[in-house]
Ligand binder design. Sequence first.
Ligand code: HEM
Length: 298
Amino acid sequence: MSWDALSQWMLPGKAAQNPIESKPTDISPYCKTKTQDASVAAEAEEENASTPKAEPVRIASDVPTFSISGDDDIEPASEPTPPPVSMFPALNSAQRASSMAPPPKPAGPPAMKSPAGLMAPPPRLSGVQRAPPPSSASSLRAPGTGPLPNRGPPIGRQQRISATLSPNGTAVSVPNPRGKVLLSPGHSPMDWAALTRSGNLADVPMFQRVTPSELKCMTGRKGKPAWSSWQGKVYNITPYLPFHPGGEAELMKAAGRDGAKLFMDVHPWVNWENMLGSCMVGVLVPEDYGVKGLEEMD
Ligand code: HEM
């Protein structure tokens, strides 16, 4: 197949007129904060105290001694400073004597304390059917109904082109002022070129003389073929309908009548005769063509 077959459908010198070509971070329960670290260490110390352990032999001189009131202001870094004892309210104050009631406990069942000091998980709702967890495979499954993505238009239906692919593969919306359609698979211009070479597509036994009223009859509806005339010749445009880049509906406007004006208004650079040569039915004759001939014979 050669592209030459397509270029011959363009009228010489007209192709150039074609405008187309041209919350702060969530910390996991396993990730402890500094305060959690301190409490966990305190718990561990308590546990150690209750567990009997072998005591190492200690030499009294190893124990460091400190003087609180002394001038020595160097504190050993290894010993943590004991937290200051709260002196408020004062030991002899009325507030202490009245002994304030503790804050009320929250209503509801007491929260279970887990060994790690973490909150217990919320109770499960009994009787509630849980939905299965979304699986990654479900997103790969084809939907039961509706169109599938990226499959193009349904076969047998033409759709106006409204998007194309950019060089990086993303869909780009483009204006389609010319009204081109997406042709269904197997109906490209190349396919049409191959079909026209395969034989005669006029669907008539021999060349016909077609009167205007006969042409008017061939509308492509009610089982009749669609014929159209161009410069005195009549063509069967039915086989070309699914191949027409402008869509079937547009082409059907020329059915049953002279299509020259419509054709030239849209694409004067297209070569009708070359494209539809194998669809030629015959020639257009005046309405009284046959009658006149018979009258002359009388
Ligand atoms: C009957 C013979 C016809 C033939 C052989 C024919 C052929 C073509 C071709 C080859 C194209 C593509 C043009 C391009 O890519 O530059 C086209 C497009 C188009 N045709 Fe036709 N056509 C015919 C009749 C008609 C008629 C009668 C109409 C309108 C009533 C029409 C409307 C369109 C439109 C809107 C487009 C898309 C826009 C464009 O390409 O300019 N065509 N046609």
